[in-house]
Design a protein around this ligand. Structure first.
Ligand SMILES: Nc1ncnc2c1ncn2[C@@H]1O[C@H](COP(=O)(O)OP(=O)(O)OP(=O)(O)O)[C@@H](O)[C@H]1O
Ligand SMILES: [Mg+2]
Length: 367
């Protein structure tokens, strides 16, 4: 089966990543691509705009414009780890039960940065295998490090595929097996220097918890490594395109340049810069008021201020487009208008129509 194409949307806070991802997915589905939209950011706004629940299960998106070809995966960070473990330990229920009471696991699952992204990407890797999608669109969190998650699966696969796991798993056996409840053997005479050192630095329970965690992980290592490799291929392979989303503000420009530099470090380049809210039409009610008769001078003044603001924004967008075209000359710059609507689904619908004309900028072989 062919791998899907993947489009990762990243950018600064509030620039419209979620809206753009949603609009892009709708445009792709409308064109006939079987599309999966994934949000790593638990954006309830997106769930609202698309009428689907936050869930770890791939769910059809009932928008008529998507013509039955759009699905969404919006994992809940608090629950996705559990769903993932159910899959991973499908054949090892006892190891799973131990894992769920392992203090280190509990701490990691709650606190470690990137765990949610990693779990979400493994869910995507699974969905890509089972769901036969043409394109997967990924909406990321508003962070300058949002793009770094593309490297997590590869790093984890290397860690799990390497000798560390075997060593740590062996540690657990020496300390009394994966089911050990006390660090008996570990601190007794005859254990290795490293183990003593680890125990001194971190305390005996942490060593035991680490060892047990890895012993249980070792039981499902092949499954884990295979899935994690696949997630890594999806995110760093030939078939991924990165779209950086910006709005015409100085902060958004800095974020885009930062993310482009970050991608460059990974040996990747953005395929497109989406300049959102770049062009503003005068609102219909403004035109209607202007054309109306007997409008009070104070209202005309307000309208002038609005018009001035609109022009300032357009000028800023033009300047930013010029700057980005020169600094990131390999990326297509796609301009999206400011949509005069308040309901998110209306904004998504309007932008999906706009994006339809630009699909080739993001998918090299778009039909
Ligand atoms: N082109 C547009 N015209 C009008 N409103 C827009 C446009 N793009 C986005 N919006 C609105 O701006 C708000 C922020 O958009 P969105 O949630 O997509 O940004 P984001 O980058 O995903 O934010 P976050 O960084 O919080 O994840 C939303 O209310 C959305 O409906
Ligand atoms: Mg968002």
């Amino acid at each position: 089966m062919k791998d899907p194409r993947v489009i990762v949307c990243a950018g600064g806070g509030g620039v419209g990543k979620t809206t753009t991802s949603a609009a892009l997915s709708v445009a792709l589905a409308a064109r006939g691509y079987r599309t999966l939209i994934v949000t790593i950011d638990p954006a309830r706004r997106l769930a609202g705009a698309m009428g689907v629940p936050i869930t770890d299960v791939v769910t059809p998106v009932p928008l008529p414009a998507a013509r039955g070809r759009l699905w969404a995966l919006m994992p809940d960070p608090r629950r996705s780890m559990g769903t993932f473990l159910d899959f991973l330990f499908a054949d090892e229920p006892e190891a799973k039960a131990r894992m769920l009471t392992n203090n280190l696991y509990l701490g990691l699952a709650d606190a470690a940065a990137g765990v949610h992204e990693l779990v979400a990407m493994n869910l995507v890797a699974r969905a890509a295998t089972e769901g036969d999608f043409d394109v997967v669109v990924i909406d990321t969190a508003p962070s300058r490090h949002a793009i770094d998650f593309v490297t997590y699966p590869a790093r984890l696969a290397a860690l799990l595929g390497g000798r560390t796991v075997a060593w740590l798993a062996g540690l657990a056996q020496r300390s009394g097996g994966a089911t050990a409840t006390a660090p008996r053997g570990l601190l007794s005479w005859g254990t290795g220097h490293v183990e003593h050192l680890l125990a001194r630095v971190t305390g005996p329970n942490l060593v035991r918890d680490t060892a047990n965690l890895f012993a249980d992980l070792a039981l499902v290592r092949e499954r884990f490594v295979a899935l994690t490799r696949r997630a890594s291929e999806l995110l760093l392979g030939e078939r991924v395109a990165y779209a950086l989303v910006a709005a015409p503000t100085a902060a958004a420009r800095d974020d885009v340049l930062f993310l482009a530099a970050r991608l460059e470090k990974l040996g990747r380049r953005p395929r497109a810069i989406v300049l959102n809210r770049a062009d503003t039409q005068a609102a219909p009610w403004v035109r209607a008021l202007r054309e109306g008769h007997g409008v009070a001078p104070s209202i005309t003044e307000v309208l002038d201020v609005l018009e001035q603001e609109r022009r300032t924004r357009a000028t800023a967008a033009d300047a930013l487009a010029v700057e980005l075209r020169s600094k990131l000359s390999w990326a297509a710059v796609v301009r999206l208008p400011y949509v005069e609507a308040s309901a998110p689904e209306d904004i998504v619908a309007a932008l999906s129509t706009e994006l339809d004309a630009h699909l080739t900028a993001l998918l090299p072989d778009a039909r």
